[in-house]
Design a protein around this ligand. Sequence first.
Ligand code: HAM
Length: 425
Amino acid sequence: MRIIKGFRDILPYGNKSLETSFVWTSILNKLRDTMALYNFQEIITPVLEYDSTFKTGIGEDTDIVSKEMYEFILSRDSNEEDKNKIFKYCLRPEGTAPIVRSVVENSLNKIKSLNKLYYLGPMFRYERSQKGRYRMFHQVGAELIGSNEILYEVELLSLAKDLIMSLGIKDFIFQINSIGNKKSMENIADAVAAFGKKNKDSIDKKDHEILNKNPLRFLDKAIHKYNLNNIPKTVDYLDNESSKRFTELTNNLDSLGFKYTINNQLVRGIDYYNDLVFEVTSKDLGAQDAILAGGRYDSLMKKFGGTESTSIGFAAGIERLILAMKDKDKDESSIDLFIAYNESELIEKALKIALKLREIGLKVEVDLDRRSFAKQMKLADKSSALKTIILTKENINNSSVTVKNMKTGVEELVDLNNNFDFFIK
Ligand code: HAM
């Protein structure tokens, strides 16, 4: 049996790098702690959705929807009412559309006018797998639904930065841009289309198709393949309102000393964005260098049948965050105590002591396979236990055990009558 291409197991040990399940869980804990500092609350949605959630949400001609979705029809939908309908399901390729679907469906926007939500979980995209790009990967994302206040953009960008820094990642670049409101986006699209026409002889047929269908997508995906001069800059086509917003944002970021670069060709590959778009890249990652990305999406709620609601959000790839972490968390999966016994008839006593010690919160390992004492001591060494409790018939009759400090080798006799006080210390 083999794992599906582009999918990965997260192992407790045996991985070459330090990408163990222990490190994975400690990263998720840190991300959750940082979300809590900003009062974002977790939302958990299914991994399976109707495909319309993404077709409506992300845009039919985006790469994600047109090429990368894991879609299927379930022929067993035979509920009387549904008999003649065909349902297309898909594994979620991203989190924003399902979160907005859930907010509308559960009227969360009526419970609170501002929803600060975060999510952690697997996403699925049928992409060519390579370093940092997988077909099943994990995202941590934040969505702030219900405000167009620029200071919330500042807060969200700070949250994104703090999440990255909480993992000890220092080498990253925050790129920001504005694609403006609807009118500005039309201006940008016209400028890119005109630019494409002017340079039509240098552009491949396939890219012409993208250009004709969606000029912004051409700016995002294809324009950099060609060595063309004077590529249109989004900033030159923003209307007054959009331009003012972006200046106000950068002024606020500057006054906070928030470091960023403006990338006037950043437009993103998903259709729901307007005004602010951003991406965080890391030099250490190679071709797939985006560790986090997001932006403002003011029209998505309405598309999902909700009321008008201005929103911003981002998501980061957890696998990519790990690749960008130079000093990965040390594997601290060692245990507190190993219990060894020198005669197999002491095994039940050993188990009893183990259960008692676990009750007081200690991490304990005991060999229940009745291996020889020498083999047990080898296991104790391998387990990186801080101390090993050694049971001998002689000592146990006096309710005492030998405790060996595995670092120093020093042994001492400990009385078990004092309710394990010694071990609590
Ligand atoms: P996205 O740019 O498609 O945006 O993905 C966000 C992040 O997910 C990327 O920057 C990258 O770190 C990670 N990622 C994407 N695809 C893969 C892959 N195949 N393998 C590994 N990591 C990957 C979104 O998904 C938007 N929903 C972000 C957003 C939230 N916008 C507003 N709110």
